[in-house]
Design a protein around this ligand. Sequence first.
Ligand SMILES: [Ca+2]
Length: 349
Amino acid sequence: MKNLQKEENREKFGQINQEDQKKQNNQSNLINQIANNTNIANEKCTKKQLIIDTDPGVDDAIALLYAFTCEDLEISLISSAGGNGGIETITQNALHLTELLHANVPVAQGSANPLRREAIYAVGAQGKGGLGAYSFNRKKIKAKTVDGEACDVIYETLKKSKEKTTIVSIGPMTNLAKMIEKHPDCKNHIKEIVFESGTKEKIYGKPYKSFNVGYDPEAADVVFKSGIKLVMIPMELGHFAYLDKSDIKKFKKTNKIGCIYAKMFKGYHDFHVGKLGAAVHDVCAIYYLTHPERIKTEQAFIEIKYYVKGNDNFGYIDIDFNKKPNATVCMDLNIDDFKKDLFEALEKY
Ligand SMILES: [Ca+2]
């Protein structure tokens, strides 16, 4: 179980929200700019349109590293999802990673708090700043977020794309739920939501509080009930697709980016495989899009249920493989090909 700690600085986030409010006047122009970029991209090719909603995060960082090298993906937006830390920290991480990986992709800042409950951040699993033992100089980040809150920017980006867009959700689903509630017609523009969270089996016979859904189960409930096509990457897949110590050494030897990532892994403590290596859950969601033929899937019905443990009434994903399905669940992948493709991506930097 990840170590959870109560958020302590709500006053600060109140100030951020006020600043966001001031930015609204400029929102339309910038959103139009993103939309124009999206249209140009659509005209040039028939790549898969993709938005990544993420809370970087070491395994998010791997997901971005891989995604930015995939030539058949057109990533129109990165949006930050709170959870691994305060939304400001998470957004800075997202901006830094786009710069580090030379990705010319706009970043929109997401919701500071869950849909209907208090924020309780994950700390410990991902290191102090969220990127393991790696830290960077925040003052040197040149990239800026686009104006507007992620729920609105995602919607505008979706609307302007000629193709239906896939959303990869590798953090809590707050931004997506807010968008669905505020802009219900967004569903018409979404091809599918590929998300990482939950377990395909109960752990020791009891529900497990996985982080992304556990942080904001009400948001996941809105997304699951929306009727949008769902693809689930359960935690078991990420635990299987982990990088062992020799893989991490190989990262270090490959290039400068690999060295930086090796440092991230050093401070990354997934509590299930931390002693063996680094579980890379989030990249599995991108891998599903690039190599669906290498992932075994099953159809299932998934829903959010709640379970009381001590003082905590937490949300979890309940899976029933016998009911009429509403989701594709990724069960297994070809680990050798997965690692080969991951290292090929790293070598492109
Ligand atoms: Ca994540």
